[in-house]
Write a new protein. Sequence first.
Length: 102
Amino acid sequence: MSNDTAVAETDGRSRPEPPHAAPEGRHWKAVPAGSRWSVSQPGKKCRYRGASKTACGEDAAVVVTRGIRTPIPWNYCAEDALGQYGVWAEDGKVMTWELQDD
Ligand SMILES: [Zn+2]
């Protein structure tokens, strides 16, 4: 689950670094990740599996609802939410970085 980029510890209060430097004429802005994402309920565990056969199992930080007819909540820990989906919990909301024009 590790990669070369410095993945910030997200505890719901700290904001991670943007994924890379913004190109000329643009800048990163933290924006809400969207209505499918919300902060996990206490006690939920991360379901991320990656290449492994077993789920991560860490305490979940954020949850995304998947499925059209049958919405299913998928919880992710802070590390996997940021590493896989670029989202993090902050002040009770789920945020992501968006490139915007200067
Ligand atoms: Zn995880």
